[in-house]
Design a protein around this ligand. Structure first.
Ligand SMILES: [Ca+2]
Ligand SMILES: [Ca+2]
Ligand SMILES: [Ca+2]
Length: 222
């Protein structure tokens, strides 16, 4: 009984959501995935939260739609068919299953470039499951970043514009430098110009190849 007052609304419903009986909500396990360009394929994980009751499914695809790329602010988009293979499909989850994966094939090119991004999309949930925006037909997105592995091999230059040697030395050491990058082995041919051959007789190493490798910083092959 109320004491010194009066009851107005004296009942209120209490709703307890039992997620045991919810079909769940799909999303990517991460907003961004990262793969190396030489990884062959990237594995993408899709999770089901807020319930796992009943068999459900969700569609996934790699977007090739430029308007979609712009809408989701995709930076430096990877080119379908050149940087990755277009992929789409349906992931089916059994009752109680909360995690499934799909793969995106990565194409390894030889182009030195910035890291590139793929837009990943989930939509069309079935079996009572939903996407994070609340509808089965809502979309969830994530990006896959492809890390370029084609670093600049560098440039070979003579270390000086002029080399001076004394006649008595017998030979003249010529230094070649490598700049702008140092990944992998590189080489270049070297030769004395024809005029130099006429002015002074060729030595034992006037024509050949020069280069660098990880084991030998610089080498000459005559
Ligand atoms: Ca590429
Ligand atoms: Ca590459
Ligand atoms: Ca590349």
């Amino acid at each position: 009984m109320p004491l010194g007052g009066a009851l107005g609304r004296y009942t209120a419903p209490l709703t307890i959501i039992n997620d045991t009986f919810n079909a769940g909500v799909f999303n990517f396990s991460s907003p961004n995935y990262v793969t190396n360009e030489n990884a062959i394929r990237a594995i993408i994980s899709v999770i089901r939260t807020n319930g796992s009751q009943g068999p459900v499914s969700v569609d996934y695809f790699t977007s090739t739609n430029k308007a979609e790329w712009a809408r989701f602010n995709l930076q430096n988009p990877a080119t379908p068919g050149l940087d990755f293979t277009v992929k789409s499909g349906t992931l089916t989850f059994l009752s109680g299953q909360t995690n499934r994966t799909f793969s995106v094939p990565i194409i390894n090119d030889n182009i030195v470039e910035f890291d590139e991004n793929v837009l990943l999309v989930l939509t069309n949930a079935t079996g009572g499951a939903k996407l994070p925006d609340g509808l089965p037909t809502s979309v969830a997105t994530a990006t896959l970043t492809i890390i370029d592995d084609d670093f600049l091999p560098g440039r070979l230059n003579f270390a000086a514009t002029n080399f001076i040697a004394a006649e008595a030395d017998g030979f003249a050491p010529i230094t070649v430098t490598r700049s702008g990058g140092s990944v992998g082995a590189v080489s270049a041919e070297f030769r004395r110009p024809l005029s130099a051959w006429i002015l002074s007789p060729p030595t034992a190493c006037s024509v050949g190849r020069m280069g660098t490798s990880r084991r030998r910083p610089s080498w000459f092959l005559c």
